[in-house]
Design a protein around this ligand. Structure first.
Ligand code: F6R
Length: 639
């Protein structure tokens, strides 16, 4: 029976949810709960039986447990663990095995008895798996059952590897992985084709028997699935919804993962709101979208029947609210992303003065600039601003090996044709070929190969920026050191990257900065690149006068777009500009057709970019504003 929920604000939520400001705080709190449980059982002379998960989510929980072991004497001698799952087939000593993961992140740093560690065996012959699974269940029972099970959640809604279609009473068994789960794991395995198609996982029924269940989720990437798991109907399509049937479950999530819960996304549906400008804008655009009506046609009745009666009473009549929001949206639209010279700019997103601005576009990877804001880039250059572009990382992981060989072959042939010496190049080339021949999936490339791949992307980036209209001296290929370092080191310092960025900013002294604002993936390159720019600006603010007049605009679009109510500058593109942008993206030949990291979107980058900007234009049109071919969207970041 689903539980009763008597609180208004959380009335859409079918299980208890604790929300923390960030993943670090949440992880520490979960680790302390685990430690308290272990200590209280130790005090009674009892063992603690833990169900453990792998993946990115629990890493900081384990780190805090290790810290407590080292610094506070927390002992795991009386702890027995059962891991949720393991890929099948999988050798325990493989880099991607969950055995390796658990050893590296927890077991090898604590005093647990290795005989008390249980992880499904990925090496069994298929015919022995069923018996092994029964034995796994029996062992859990023989230790008195799980005291506490911790879980992550996959974007399919899987818990453990119980993918959509799993039964609520399922036990430990061999399962087939969902396609999206395999895409998410592709990076760890150096390509989706290397990800096993199967796994051995505890069942939903096994998880259910735990005396306490904590499911954790961090970052905006998990927000849509958290909404489904917490508020959706119980269904095998989203296995985590079965947890709604448990009385012993709690979701521990960070603010970003909570953003799509009704109480945050559309708070007017559950409680009285503080109607500030931003909330009104969000509510009115939401209402128009929900009813598929232009803003100026929304009625009092529409407001009253959609949880917005309080707004109508407090700030009405509703037609005035409609006009106010319509005007606000109208004022976001500008064909002058660098400001319109000699125009009244009181209602425009950018300042008119200085008429000729210095703008710098920071592009995390070498193609983000043209993919995400290529139209605006071209416009800024066309309108005579001094535009610079800074490619922050080399993007050298995303080039196919045979493309790299092709370029060296070209260099050898060219040198030969000019009667130049090729001996050293040929040695280099033959080393590369033999390395590539024996290369294991996900093996790090040699330095030479990485250099060639980086150079390929550099050439493409320069071609794209030239096509957009930039002179060579305004194109900066930064190749920030953190990018290569993070392939081999944990806890990379960004100091060098920040200093380099400060130096570039000082040499340009921009009036405008454009930076990628995709924060959904907290470990992703985009977030790191943004933090580096922000740190650099924050330091420069202390000493440099020009920083006061510098505005920072965020762009998105590589994976997702801003929501309409968030947009502060909307730059419309003509059909001709859409084409020019497409040609600029085409300069990135190594990323065309099938890129090395396509993500879970089968469309080519230029198609994704066009679809997204056309969708933004369609939304503006649907709200009753002008109908454009495409719109690029920006949000101002006030630092
Ligand atoms: C891991 C497991 C999975 C993960 C889930 C989330 O043992 O069973 O259910 O918890 O795929 O993965 P991350 O934490 O990497 O987002």
């Amino acid at each position: 029976m689903p539980r009763l929920n008597l609180l208004e604000e959380t009335r859409y939520e079918k299980l208890p949810v604790s929300i923390y400001d960030n993943a670090a705080e949440a992880s520490i709190s979960v680790a302390h709960r685990i430690a308290d449980l272990i200590k209280s059982k130790q005090a009674k002379g009892e063992r603690t039986v833990l169900g453990l998960a792998t993946g990115v989510t629990p890493i900081r929980v384990y780190a805090e447990l290790v810290r407590m072991h080292r610094e506070e004497g927390l002992s795991f001698r009386d702890v027995v663990t059962f891991n949720l799952d393991e890929y099948y087939p999988m050798k325990p000593d493989a880099a991607q095995s969950y055995v390796t993961f658990m050893q590296e992140n927890l077991f090898k740093h604590i005093d647990i008895d290795q005989n008390n560690v249980h992880i499904p065996d990925g090496t069994l012959p298929q015919e022995e798996i069923a018996a092994f699974c029964l034995e796994y269940e029996r062992k859990i029972t023989s230790f008195g059952g799980l005291d506490l099970q911790i879980l992550g959640i996959g974007r399919t809604g899987h818990i453990g590897f119980n993918e959509p279609g799993s039964a609520p009473n399922s036990g430990t068994r061999l399962v087939t992985l969902d396609d999206l789960t395999r895409s998410d794991a592709a990076r760890d395995f150096g390509g989706k084709e290397n990800v096993p198609t199967k796994a051995i996982t505890m069942g939903i029924g096994t998880i259910f028997k735990a005396r306490e269940i904590i499911l954790m989720a961090w970052s905006q990437k998990k927000a849509p699935i958290i909404k489904k798991a917490v508020e959706g109907e119980i269904s095998g399509d989203v296995p985590a919804t079965y947890l709604q049937l448990s009385d012993n479950v709690e979701f521990v999530i960070d603010r970003d993962a909570s953003l799509e819960l009704t109480r945050f996304d559309t708070p007017w549906l559950v409680k009285d709101c503080q109607w500030d400008e931003q909330t009104i804008k969000k509510a009115v655009t939401w209402l128009a979208k929900t009813l598929d009506k232009p803003i100026l046609k929304l009625t009092e009745e529409d407001y009253n029947t959609h949880g917005m009666a309080q707004l109508a009473t407090e700030k009405g009549p509703v037609y005035n609210i409609n006009i106010h929001i319509f005007n606000k949206l109208q004022h976001t639209i500008t064909g002058w992303p660098g400001g319109k010279p000699n125009a009244d700019d009181s209602q425009r997103p950018e300042r008119a003065e200085p008429a000729k601005k210095r703008s710098i576009i920071f592009s995390p990877h070498p193609d983000d600039d043209v993919i995400s804001m290529g139209g605006t880039f071209i416009r800024l250059a066309d309108q005579g601003h001094e535009v610079h572009v800074a490619y922050q990382t080399s993007g050298n992981t995303a080039v196919w090996d045979d493309d790299a060989l092709r370029f060296i072959e070209f260099a050898i042939d060219f040198n030969r044709s000019q009667n130049l010496n090729t001996t050293e190049l040929e040695t280099l080339y033959s080393n590369m070929r033999s390395f590539i021949k024996d290369k294991q999936p996900n093996q790090k490339d040699t330095q030479e190969l990485l250099t060639v791949k980086g150079q390929i992307r550099k050439g493409e980036a320069i071609a794209g920026a030239r096509f957009a209209g930039l002179p060579d001296e305004c194109i900066h290929f930064m190749d920030l050191p953190f990018y290569d370092k993070s392939k081999t080191q944990k806890n990379v310092s960004y100091e060098e990257d920040i200093l380099e960025t400060m130096e570039l900013l000082r040499s340009v002294m921009p009036h405008q900065i454009f930076a990628a604002g995709d924060f959904a993936d907290p470990h992703g390159t985009h977030k790191v690149c943004f933090d580096i720019v922000l740190q650099a600006m924050q330091r420069l603010k202390e000493t440099d006068e020009w920083v006061k007049d510098c505005w920072l605009w965020l762009y998105r679009g590589a994976w997702h777009e801003f929501e309409i109510h968030e947009i502060e500058m909307a730059v419309p593109l003509s059909p001709q500009e859409v084409l020019r942008k497409r040609y600029a993206i085409f300069k990135h030949q190594s990323q065309k057709d099938v890129p090395v990291f396509p993500g879970d979107d089968a469309r080519e980058f230029w198609v994704r970019a066009e679809d997204r900007t056309k969708e933004t234009a369609r939304c503006y049109d649907q709200l009753g504003l002008a109908e454009y071919e495409a719109i690029e969207a920006f949000v101002r970041y006030r630092f």
